[in-house]
Design a binder for this molecule. Structure first.
Ligand SMILES: Nc1ncnc2c1ncn2[C@@H]1O[C@H](COP(=O)(O)OP(=O)(O)OP(=O)(O)O)[C@@H](O)[C@H]1O
Ligand SMILES: [Mg+2]
Length: 186
């Protein structure tokens, strides 16, 4: 996200320098500048939200994650439950876990995005301890999917991030019931 914002600002600067040199402004350049400013604006907002999301993680990781998830489902007018135990919250909040928290947060954001895209009805999240691991599960229903659905970069990026924190993911749909299980060592 940071690189993206930096890239947009560089493109804008190059364009403005060009206009300054030529001392003239064409209509298509005005449109380009307007679009770039809009993109910088929304990328900046995204970044602020990301920073705000993070401020509470070092004090109460799952409490804050709960609030973030709730906000997204409420905005999408979807129902959600989010259950977790304090024991796991203590593990994920304690010490200097920034790297794990960051990757886990990004993984969960993508899983929420996919669920909002492809799921329907109530989404039930549960975070618990299971045989010495941390287990994060999501149960929801699947909408009728088109053939090309679900063939994007999200899954790939989720796997990549989980690899960095020794996590595993298992997803399957049985009779229209979609289930994700994330496992993290603790
Ligand atoms: N409720 C749900 N019902 C069905 N599939 C779901 C649900 N929630 C998440 N998924 C998963 O979302 C996956 C989407 O994969 P992926 O994120 O790679 O593609 P995309 O979202 O279509 O594209 P992109 O992430 O690049 O925008 C599906 O393959 C499926 O496993
Ligand atoms: Mg996706």
């Amino acid at each position: 996200m940071h690189d993206h914002l930096g890239g947009l600002i560089t493109d804008l600067k190059i364009l403005i320098d060009k206009v300054f040199k030529k001392k003239s402004l064409q209509v298509n350049q005005i449109t380009k500048i307007k679009n770039l400013v809009q993109n910088v604006n929304s990328s900046f907002k995204e970044k602020i939200i990301h920073i705000m999301d993070f401020t509470g993680f070092s004090e109460d990781f799952l409490g804050n994650l709960h609030a973030i998830i709730l906000r997204r489902y409420v905005n999408a007018e979807r129902r959600v439950t989010f259950d977790y135990c304090e024991e796991v919250n203590k593990i994920l909040t304690s010490g200097n876990l920034f790297y794990i928290q960051n990757n886990l947060y990004l993984v969960i954001q993508e899983i929420v995005t996919n669920d909002l895209k492809y799921g329907t009805g109530l989404s039930a999240w549960k975070i618990s301890r299971h045989k010495g691991d941390i287990r994060i599960s999501l149960n929801s229903r699947t909408k009728a999917l088109k053939k090309q659905d679900g063939a994007g970069f999200g899954k790939w990026s989720v796997r990549n991030k989980l690899l960095k924190i020794n996590g595993k993911i298992n997803q399957r749909t049985i009779n229209g019931e979609f289930r994700t299980i994330l496992t993290l060592p603790c």
